[in-house]
Ligand binder design. Structure first.
Ligand SMILES: C=C(O[C@@H]1C=C(C(=O)O)C=C[C@H]1O)C(=O)O
Length: 434
């Protein structure tokens, strides 16, 4: 195994109003961005890949061993400094898709407490100073990627799961739920964007990051998107999650005369028994899985309405003190494994829902609905659920994914419409029209 050396340097204040988005200038960036803060990585000095049920554990072991052999000079010491890996994990243990951790050569970070730069190398003789780190970053920024305009020949095609196949799967899912044995099931489908010229990934990421400020915009090795759902975040032994379930389209509203947006969302979403039921199942699944790792957990008794540009969601924020076993708290990677998949993207009970997804969807979800994010050497990290995103399969072919929670009151037409609302962020960022 390569042994790595790293240095983190303090960059002081970053005064630009667009923050870390200023660094989303290359199509090959690794990124994790929210409200102008986050991490952007360039280059690659180490990579881990694996598939199957052991993928999280082999990744965690690889990451631990990499730390043990590494020399890290990190006077900044904040979460996201020192050695960092970006990663994405397949949704399913049966997926052929490679889960991965990637250690970049250069990472720029921006948080509430400042801005920093990390330079990582496998070269024993490299000079680890602020100057070499800054020169490495400047080298990456020297060549920036081109933008592209929307082209009329760009097209959206059906994916592996057509609209009619999706509706049939939803009907079959509702029938299974009514028959007992499971209370919630999440079914998804895909669509393909065929572009007439190569995708400008950095531009897409910038558009998502600007438009979806409350979401986490991710870019990891061709997996791109902007997720509103935080699977697990660990910062200094505190874990946080944002659980979503319950969705209302903002483009096709049926407001009563004079009703405000907020009152409409409150009435139709927060006031809906079906949506509240779906939400309760999702929050229960997260808290149950997280509980064994915590000494204290807080969540609000009522969900709030989260407003995004495309949809409203019922949302709950959970926070928990992590219990330290022998002085060692679980890392973000260990917790991601423990809580994935939640009922927000799989169903309840997990095993029954997972098997039904395989049977009814008939598609490999790949990294869609799996954890995406980053980890540092101290166990901090942020793992979102890879939703509202796409996989860049070739420069001109992008596969978009979206799904919905199915409960006994679900109808195929409404769930199909909901998938279109969830595709919208990517469709618009790609400059496509439906
Ligand atoms: C499955 C997706 O979203 C999930 C399902 C939701 C729902 O059914 O209401 C809401 C948010 C997410 O937890 C997706 O975006 O593809």
């Amino acid at each position: 195994m390569t042994s790595l050396r790293a240095v983190t340097v303090d960059l002081g204040e970053h005064s630009s109003p667009t923050g870390i988005m200023d660094y989303l200038v290359r199509d090959d960036v690794l990124c994790w961005v929210r409200r102008g803060g986050g991490l952007v990585g360039f280059g690659e000095v180490a990579r881990f890949t694996d598939a199957g049920p052991g993928r999280f554990q082999t990744a965690a072991r690889w990451w631990r061993e990499l730390q043990q052999d590494a020399q890290v000079d990190n006077p900044v010491g904040l979460p996201g400094t020192g050695l960092v890996a970006f990663g994405s994990f397949a949704f399913s243990k049966t997926s052929g898709h490679a889960s991965r951790l990637i250690v970049p050569q250069v990472v720029v970070g921006l948080g509430e407490q400042g801005c920093w730069l990390t330079y990582i190398t496998d070269d024993d003789g490299a000079d680890l100073t602020a100057e070499t780190a800054e020169a490495a970053l400047a080298g990456w920024l020297d060549e920036i990627s081109a933008e592209r305009g929307a082209e009329t020949a760009d097209r959206l095609h059906p994916g592996q799961v057509s609209e009619s196949a999706f509706k049939a799967a939803v009907a079959a899912g509702v029938e299974k739920i009514s028959g007992g044995g499971l209370s919630k099931l999440v079914l998804a489908r895909d669509v393909i964007a065929e572009l007439s010229s190569p995708i400008a990934t950095a531009q897409v990421l910038r558009e998502l990051a600007i438009r979806y400020q409350d979401c986490w915009t991710y870019g990891v090795d061709g997996l791109i998107g902007s997720t509103p759902e935080m699977l697990i975040k660990v910062e200094n032994n505190v874990a946080r999650a944002r659980v979503l379930a319950g969705t209302l389209d903002r483009a096709n509203t049926h407001k009563i005369d004079g009703e405000s947006d907020a009152a409409y969302a409150e009435r139709v979403l927060a006031g809906s028994e079906k949506q509240q039921h779906e939400h309760e199942i999702a929050i229960d699944s997260l808290t149950r899985k997280l509980e064994p790792y915590t000494s204290e957990m807080t969540s609000h008794s009522e969900p709030f309405v989260l407003e995004l540009p495309n949809v409203w969601h019922l949302a709950s924020d959970v926070s928990a003190e992590l219990s330290t076993n022998g002085g060692h708290a679980p890392s973000s990677l260990e917790l991601a494994e423990a809580v994935h998949p939640t009922a927000a993207v799989c169903g309840t009970p997990t095993e029954v829902a997972g098997a039904l997804i395989r049977e009814l969807e008939q598609m490999d979800r790949g990294p869609y609905a799996g954890p995406v994010g980053w980890t540092d050497g101290a166990g901090n990290g942020e793992w979102g659920i890879a939703l509202r995103g796409a996989v860049v399969e070739s420069p001109t072919r992008v596969r978009l994914y979206a799904g919905c929670g199915i409960v006994d009151a679900s109808t195929p037409e409404a769930e199909l419409a909901e998938t279109w609302a969830k595709f919208r962020p990517m469709i618009e960022a790609l400059g496509l029209r439906r």
